[in-house]
Design a protein around this ligand. Structure first.
Ligand code: CMC
Length: 428
């Protein structure tokens, strides 16, 4: 008989099954708890609650380990292409050469978006945040491909939606930027690979054809890989919960994009650069900003610092910090913001407040510095995160549907009024 946990409630002892994962991660299965005892578990922010079992990403926050389908992030970031990693997380295995060629071809075939969708872009006000545009445009794709609204379709039809999403998000992202600048959009070109094509759509002008720089395309490839998946974070959990209602993939991904937008999640990369700019404008007094971050009366937090699961270091941040130095050097960019970031990191890492709470730079601390160096405007940073995270969201949605998981529906402890009689408006 497998091991169980014993729980004593109101003098009665009940046994709860223990579930052990392939990396020896342990969980107590409480799914029958309410039925047998009337109790539920309470865990604000799901800090200690597993919502599913998953074979996609393994993460050990204490040891700073991150693996997609068993492959260490360090190896993937160094050796793989973004679409290769996308194939890996979505399908479970690295593609053979033939499989990879077919996958890339399928994606290249769908990079255009419907011309009518281009007209939507005209209606957004100048300076509209590209995350708002991206979420709406992704959701709108479901209306252009109405068959996708049946999420119980065949594998082949589902793959078509997956290819369309991967192909069209860079176009949507680049076009939302072009429209925000009131510049004409640039159409995708099939001669380019995924990252080059995005840079081409972002930076080519009708009068001046941009040639993607290999240093930039390589840096972008690495950044996207580092963002591909991160198990049950806020946006991914959102995608799974929305998808569990059998909402279509486009709608589920749009929900993930909106969850990512917040500054405590993917929006942190934009917030980090804005913070570093503010520190610079304010005279660069780092001690003052560290003190603000520690002051519980002050809402300011050190953006790009801290993580729900990493308490020693974020392996993605280690790779990105090194890459930031390399990219800036290769491009000959001297960004004073990088010096401020490094000083801030050094002081924070020696400070008792940050040490005690296990607060370290996360993936977003240095990513914005690379995005800036390669010419991506600050408001686009979180869209870049979304482009990287897209394969992970798709893989998680697919896994949840293939496992036939039930609709996500947490419980609550009610703390409102007890029953009372309605009072007529004249007597209130
Ligand atoms: N600056 C100052 N204090 C902090 C910070 C920070 N960045 N992060 C956490 N703390 C403190 C917090 O005040 C609390 O202190 P105390 O125990 O005295 O009340 C303690 O550390 C624990 O924080 P928490 O908010 O309970 O931790 P959490 O796991 O709920 O939040 C977090 C994790 C990432 C939301 C948080 O660290 C944070 O707000 N960081 C800044 C935003 C950020 O960089 N987000 C990007 C995360 S990585 C990208 C992604 O995958 O989303």
């Amino acid at each position: 008989m497998s091991e169980t946990a014993k729980l004593t409630l109101e003098g009665k002892e009940i046994e709860l099954p223990i579930v052990v994962g392939t990396e020896n991660e342990k969980a107590i299965d409480i799914s029958k708890l309410r039925g047998e005892t009337g109790y539920i578990t309470l865990d604000y922010g799901f800090k200690n609650t597993g919502s599913t079992s998953s074979a996609i990403t393994f993460l050990n926050g204490e040891k700073g380990i991150l693996r997609y389908r068993g492959y260490p992030i360090e190896q993937l970031a160094e050796k793989a292409e973004f679409l290769e990693v996308a194939y890996l997380v979505i399908n479970g295995e690295l593609p053979t050469k033939d499989q990879y060629d077919a996958f890339k071809k399928a994606i290249t075939n769908h990079t255009l978006i419907h011309e009518d969708m281009r007209h939507f872009l005209k209606a957004y006000p100048r300076g509209a945040h590209p995350m708002g545009i991206a979420a709406s445009m992704i959701c709108s794709l479901s209306t252009f491909y109405p068959e996708s609204q049946d999420s119980n379709r065949s594998e082949e039809e589902r793959n078509l939606t997956i290819h369309r999403l991967l192909a069209k998000l860079p176009t949507i992202a680049a076009w939302s930027y072009k429209f925000s600048q009131r510049h004409p959009v640039v159409y995708p070109q099939n001669k380019y690979d995924y990252c080059e094509n995005f840079m081409h759509m972002m930076f080519s002008m009708p009068t001046d054809d941009y040639t993607p720089d290999p240093v930039i395309a390589k840096a972008l490839n690495k950044l996207l890989i580092l963002h591909v998946d991160h198990e049950q974070n806020c946006s991914t959990a959102t995608v799974r919960v929305v998808g569990s209602s059998q909402a279509n993939l486009y709608a589920s991904i749009a929900a993930g994009v909106t969850a990512l937008w917040g500054p405590l999640h993917g929006g942190a990369n934009q917030a980090v650069i804005e913070m570093l700019e503010n520190i610079k404008k304010d005279g660069g007094d780092i001690d003052k900003w560290i003190a603000k971050a520690k002051d519980k009366q002050d809402p300011f937090r050190l953006m790009g610092f801290g993580h729900r699961v990493y308490k020693n270091f974020d392996p993605r941040a280690t790779i990105i910090k090194k890459s930031a130095d390399e990219v800036l050097e290769a491009l000959g960019v001297d960004d004073p913001i990088l010096d401020i970031a490094k000083k801030l990191e050094k002081i924070a890492l020696e400070d008792e407040y940050f040490i005690k709470r296990g607060l370290y730079p996360n993936v977003d601390f240095y990513s914005g510095i690379i995005y800036r160096a390669i010419g991506i405007p600050t408001e686009m940073f979180t869209v870049m995160f979304a482009m990287g995270r897209l394969p992970g969201w798709i893989a998680q949605w697919k896994e949840m549907r293939e496992n036939g998981e039930p609709i996500g529906r947490p419980r609550q402890v009610y703390t409102g009024e007890n029953e009372r009689d309605f009072i007529d408006i004249a007597n209130r």
